[in-house]
Design a protein around this ligand. Sequence first.
Ligand code: ZN
Length: 282
Amino acid sequence: MTAESSLRADIVEIGRRMYARGYTASNDGNISVRLGSDRLLMTPKSVCKGFMTPDMMCITDLDGRKLQGDRDPSSEMLMHLEVYRQRPDVQAVVHAHPPTATGFAVAGIPLDRAVLAEVLTTLGSIPIAEYATPSTKALPEAVRKYIKAHDGMLLANHGALTVGSDLFGAYYKMETIEHFAKISLVARMLGRENLLSREEVMRLQELRGAYGIKAPAPICAVPGTEPQAGSLPDETCQVVQAPKGEGSRLVVSPKPSAEADEIRLTYRELSALIEDAIRSLR
Ligand SMILES: [Zn+2]
């Protein structure tokens, strides 16, 4: 098997896994990989990623001109091209709409709390790139702001994007984001989310080096650290929400704000309020 045919087979397999896991519906999602120094191998537009065959892929140059393939390249090609432009170290890009992570993207809640050691050592934080119309030039612009410091991000009201040093590396980060989103959702439904302390987060960051995990940027030393003049926020480090632990590795989070604002009513008071509301509608 040549290197190119092996990459074609990997894209087919990753598309199959994404569709089987419900990360994409219908023709959603796209996958690409560098083919040498000046070409990309990419999924075509308007095909279900669960049923692709190796011959369906397109080859383009780094400006998106199609060089080979019966079909047109992905409608999100501009976003992929921007990632390769900004990150010479990135070899592969995966985009999908995994439902739980996309739910966070729709709710405008980034996955940036220090909760799981594995997520902190691999991805760091997962920010949300501002909403932009899919397939337009606005989407790569929104992604540009975060891609230098992050290997994975949510796309507001759209989905998620991950990158890696190979195809499966990029795909596994998509799995990690969706898994993390599910765990975060369950913890928040249970009403409490204990966070790792800032000291523990810094300790985990040192482990990145020990295990040879290549992160695009360090975790910001202090939450909310102001970026240097002229630089974009989040361009130089990863913002992670981790409170000071003062010696402890785990910090019991305060009551979630929703709970703090909770109002308790008796059944009779609630019924009276509903009746009032109905009366005012008449
Ligand atoms: Zn999409």
